[in-house]
Design a protein around this ligand. Structure first.
Ligand code: HEC
Length: 477
């Protein structure tokens, strides 16, 4: 971040700029002499704009434009500023050519965001993609907000409804599962993910995550918890809480909460930072928020987990510095654990999760605050494990799955990620650990909550209201 000298005349604007930055530690306000040599728009952006609008121009352009998004509107904003709102005037800093080039530079970012504007596209039962056409086969309807899905060995599907219900979908029939405990269905919380025991055929155990409430001094606090229970017919019995992320928090968001077993039978649980980034994600002592955890299937802790407590006993923490991780999946070719997390605006990520690593939040991020202020000017730092991909603009990633088998041969080996925000399914073609190309599938289908592959190889997609449905994707020859 560049530092600038503040001339007295700009002090009023400065005060507003402070307000704009909130209490996040402000560095600078400007009014440098005119550039003696014309600079490129990227250089000018980095030197004069990034301190307030974020290092990544794309994150800045991912906004509701208050003063217009045409080149001529941008030119006015840059030249005249909106001094009373904290936007300095740059008329005296740049040449006309520099201002116009900056406006064009920002326009490019706006166009990138606009490629996600397919709200007006009709939703039909058939979706063409570059290499494959698929038809939707509706498997279930009338679901409020489906959060997670798990296939039983017989091909039946268990789904969680965030409001607090679990259903079995058998031959397109919805049967309610009884014995689900009370969940705190507020904000982003409720009944969340579901996973089967790796030994389900013999132990019949089902695992699910949820927002668990607790009353304290008249207030309701909540946390992400995991229950294991036995599925007997359509009833859950012998519930046991096997994980509870501490501390409980008063907020109602960033629960994280995806569940996945590895091939050794360890259960991985993602937990969000509950909206308190200063306190939680970097704190390793007695704090389980903003982390990914590894536990044994019975809730006990593996002796070789990477972090120990004060008494030298293992903790559940596997890695830290995660914001709101909503998906976890094992890459079947490398056996690595992949994760996506919701960053701030412009900072959603795909990470490869390794023990003891720090994924950076909130020390590093590609994103900026939702109100446009900067969280950190660092996208990377020593000791931080960088994402393999970040999304600008943020797509709000939900569930994900690696495509195996031959049902969808052109997509075999790719990764599918649901997008809540832009209402489509994101296809990531991979080469090893690199995302080499992305494609937008099922445009405008609705907020995609989860995507899974059934034992028979078909892909299922859970979509929120108004569709409130689960679809099977059937390739069309
Ligand atoms: C001191 C902080 C600060 C700096 C530095 C800054 N801006 Fe701004 N900018 C703001 C604020 C605050 C607003 C919002 C003003 C408002 O809401 O009316 C804004 C608004 C804008 C807008 C209008 C956005 C809209 O919604 O219509 C544009 C365009 C813009 N800035 C471009 C730039 C460019 C280009 C630079 C670098 C040359 C820059 N800004 C540097 C704080 C800053």
């Amino acid at each position: 971040m560049k530092k600038f000298i503040v001339p007295g005349a700009l002090l009023a604007a400065l005060a507003v700029s402070f307000a704009f930055k909130g209490n996040e530690g402000y560095t600078a306000v400007k009014a440098l002499p005119k550039n003696t040599v014309e600079k490129t728009p990227a250089e000018n952006y980095a030197n004069y704009c990034a301190s307030c609008h974020g290092e990544k121009m794309d994150a800045f352009t991912d906004r509701q434009w208050k003063h217009g998004s045409d080149a001529k509107d941008l030119v006015v904003s840059i030249k005249k500023g909106w001094v009373n709102e904290g936007m300095p005037a740059f008329e005296k800093t740049f040449t006309n050519k520099e201002v116009e080039e900056l406006a064009a530079y920002i326009k490019k970012g706006i166009q990138n965001v606009a490629t996600f504007n397919f709200d007006s596209e009709p939703v039909t039962g058939t979706f063409k993609s570059e290499k494959l056409t698929v038809k939707l086969d509706t498997v279930a309807t009338g679901l409020d907000i489906t959060w997670g899905m798990a296939f039983l060995p017989d091909g039946n599907l268990l789904v969680t409804e965030r409001g607090g219900k679990i259903y079995r979908i058998a031959n397109k029939n919805k049967q309610e599962i009884t014995g689900v405990p009370e969940v705190l269905n507020e904000g982003q919380g409720g009944l969340l993910d579901i996973a089967l025991s790796p030994k389900f055929k013999t132990d019949n155990l089902v695992y699910f995550s949820y927002s668990k409430p607790k009353k304290e001094n008249g207030k309701t606090l909540a946390t992400t918890a995991v229950i294991a229970a036995k599925l007997q017919g359509n009833e859950l019995v012998n519930q046991k809480i096997i994980f509870e992320a501490l501390p409980y928090a008063p907020t109602r968001h960033h629960y994280g909460s995806r569940l996945v077993f590895d091939d050794k039978g360890y259960l991985f649980i993602s937990v969000g930072e509950r909206g308190n980034e200063q306190q939680n994600p970097q704190q390793l002592n007695d704090n389980q928020l903003g982390k990914i955890h590894r536990i044994n299937a019975d809730g006990s802790l593996p002796a070789d987990n990477p972090f120990k407590d004060k008494n030298g006993k293992p903790t559940s923490i596997y890695c830290y510095g995660n914001r709101n991780p909503q998906s976890l999946a094992f890459n079947p070719w490398t056996n690595d654990l992949w994760e996506t997390e919701h960053g701030p605006r412009g900072g959603d990520e795909i990470n490869i999760i390794k023990p003891a690593k720090n994924y950076g939040w909130p020390k590093t991020s590609y994103g900026i605050n939702y109100n446009g202020t900067t969280i950190t000017d660092k996208a990377t730092a020593p000791g931080i494990t960088d994402p393999i991909l970040y999304w600008l603009p943020s797509i709000a990633p939900s569930g994900m799955v690696f495509v195996t088998g031959d049902k969808y041969s052109p997509w075999k080996g790719a990764l599918l990620v649901g997008s809540l925000r832009f209402k489509y399914l994101n296809l990531c073609y991979l080469n090893g650990n690199k995302v080499v190309k992305e494609e937008k599938l099922l445009k405008n289908i609705g907020r995609v909550r989860d995507v899974r592959q059934a034992p028979d190889g078909y892909i299922y997609v859970a979509v929120e209201k108004p569709a409130s449905a689960i679809y099977r994707l059937v390739p069309v020859k």
